[in-house]
Write a protein that binds this ligand. Sequence first.
Ligand SMILES: [Zn+2]
Length: 324
Amino acid sequence: MTDARWTRRAALFALASAPLAAPLMASAEVFAGHYDLHAEPVADGVWVVRGADAAIGFANGGAIANATILAATDTDKGAILIDCGPSLAYARALSALARRLTGGPVRRVFITHLHPDHAMGAAGFAPDQIAALPETTRELGRDGTGFSDAMYRLLADWMKGTTLVMPGLTVAPGPMVVGGRRLTAVALAGHSDGDLALLDEATGTLITGDLVFHNRAPATPDANLARWRDSLTTLTQIPHRRLIPGHGPVDPTDSAIAQTRDWLDWLEGALRTAVIDGLDMGEAGEIAIPPRFADVAMARYELQRSVVHFYPRLEAELLPRVGG
Ligand SMILES: [Zn+2]
């Protein structure tokens, strides 16, 4: 960590805090960098800590992604985490919760993909505890500092002490045993360049990271929709009894994969139609969302973000070039 970066971070921190100084101080005793995390039992030795079905914001401290806790089953008690939240304070709260549930320390942290709501809690662990796909480590190297700056700007005090800690372990696809638990790692992509899914063999619990969103609209800032669809097909071919999505409730009925695909298909078709019909980006963000997505949280918000991500590329592809 260079001095220059700390200076920049400090400047951003001050900038983010200044206009809100009074409310921040007033609410400091309420939040005090403390996340009130709750574990929902999912299966034997498996818990999910649900994120808020909302955008990253000061009100939720960035705790919008799901984190999964697995209990080690070998003689040393402890926990395996899959994703670790947005900040050092979250990681500490998650570790304390995992210790209460499993009777031991965190022994391994898997990071499903680069996004900061899943990955920046790595600040609470040592590199040799943290495992990710090689693509994810590469993407964190590219984007991690920018994410960190943005998170400090949005979340101010919630991010206190959070530094970018890179995964020190590389996940190879296939079966492995961690803390006595048999896991199968599946290396996928499409939500980002590296999306890790893990199957807990004992319980048939499939943990998908952000390849699957459930009753919460998918986020697409780094998406490749064709690869994402291929990954969803792969996930349907993995026998499982329940699925823990990256966002939204646990799916016991095997409907969340299809719902995610349905949204991506609709989104791409709707945006292509909007470009061909000559809508501008503002208008495209206001198109009707089909009633079947009425119960999908954050639908309008993610549609508008997706317009920003995809519209320039679609216009370049679909609109004739003047004089071309
Ligand atoms: Zn994500």
